[in-house]
Write a protein of this length. Structure first.
Ligand SMILES: Nc1ncnc2c1ncn2[C@@H]1O[C@H](COP(=O)(O)OP(=O)(O)OP(=O)(O)O)[C@@H](O)[C@H]1O
Ligand SMILES: [Mg+2]
Length: 314
């Protein structure tokens, strides 16, 4: 028996309601601070939004949450107000350019382990209500390897490590990858070279880093691409705008667009792909609870962050 078009449409609609949309979760990290994570997060988020994706951008840098400042937005509340019940998730979300939604997370996110189970359930529910409306979640993490950064990277499907051409940036990126892989079971990283000065610099940085990781670590490193040093990006910052909005034909804006297209071709890591926002929040909560145990075990393994200087960078 042939199904009518109408029946097929109905079945499609039903499937859309029942099956959550696949959600890509990307954490933007770096070993060293100041390498461009926040600008990368914002500009990738906006480039994806311009591809008609629904993008959620989580400002999770506890030290210096500044996406709102860079985009000239007013944020009065953050995730801690959702946790305390003073505000709903909808109320703290700020609308950015190209309809991206920004969640100021700052302090709230670090307190997940201390929540009562009712508070945890409330948070998971709040996020799961957003679930079907989001295609991509981008997380601007802080620099380095704090517990929160570790948790975000573990709860994400993909981790972008931003580097630039400075010895400390490469050794810190190596140390970050080493700790994430050896102690936290994250083995896939995408390396993005920022502020490059010629066409070869990004690839060369990637080669330098992957030479060390290939030799000493069991990880898969891929090259996410290069964003050139661009005065227009700095000019855009002065105007509290993202470069892809303010100067869409500038070298850095074009690079962000190229990288966005490349991200579309990243394969989903089935072992980490969970596709739903509420699972992401659940993983965050679980990681946070586990964290104290992890730290203890890490500390007993002396030399966690120390590498043998003659053998390994970082
Ligand atoms: N492609 C670029 N071209 C020129 N300047 C850049 C570029 N990317 C970043 N910058 C400069 O680097 C500065 C730091 O960038 P950003 O705030 O994004 O770094 P971050 O890694 O988020 O820093 P933090 O670790 O403090 O959070 C920017 O204010 C800007 O001046
Ligand atoms: Mg930042």
């Amino acid at each position: 028996m042939q199904l009518s078009d109408r029946a097929i449409d109905q079945a499609d609609n039903l499937r859309r309601i029942v099956e959550p949309k696949p959600l890509k979760i990307i954490a933007i990290s770096s070993g060293k601070g100041g390498v461009g994570k926040t600008n990368v997060s914002i500009n990738l988020a906006l480039s994806m939004a311009k591809q008609n994706k629904e993008v959620l951008l989580l400002d999770a840098d506890l030290g210096m949450a500044n996406i709102d400042v860079l985009l000239g937005l007013n944020t009065e509340y953050d995730l801690s107000h959702v946790v305390s019940g003073e505000r709903t998730l909808e109320e703290i979300i700020v609308e950015g350019p190209s309809n991206i939604k920004i969640i100021p997370a700052s302090s709230g996110i670090s307190k997940m382990a201390n929540l009562t189970s009712a508070e945890q359930a409330g948070l998971i529910n709040a996020f799961s209500e957003l679930g079907n409306a989001v295609d991509v979640l981008i997380i601007d993490t802080g620099a380095g390897i704090s517990d929160t950064v570790v948790n975000f990277c573990k709860a994400s499907q993909d981790v972008i490590v931003v580097v630039h051409d400075e010895p400390a940036s490469i050794t810190d990126a190596y140390a970050f990858i080493k700790v994430m892989s050896r102690h936290h079971n994250v083995s896939r990283f995408h390396v993005l070279a920022n502020m490059t000065h010629d066409v070869h610099e990004g690839r060369n940085l990637f080669k330098k880093l992957s030479k060390a990781t290939d030799r000493f670590l069991d990880v898969i490193l891929t090259f996410a691409g290069t964003v050139p040093f661009d005065e227009k990006l700095r000019k855009a910052i002065q105007h509290q705008r993202a470069v892809v909005e303010a100067f869409p034909r500038s070298p850095s804006a074009l690079a962000f667009k190229r990288i966005t297209r490349q991200i579309d071709s990243w394969e989903n890591d089935v072992s980490r792909s969970t596709g739903q926002l509420k699972f992401f929040v659940e993983r965050m909560i679980q990681s946070d609870l586990l964290q104290s145990t992890m730290i203890q075990s890490d500390m007993t393994q002396s030399g966690m962050m120390q590498s043998t200087p003659q053998q390994e960078p970082g």
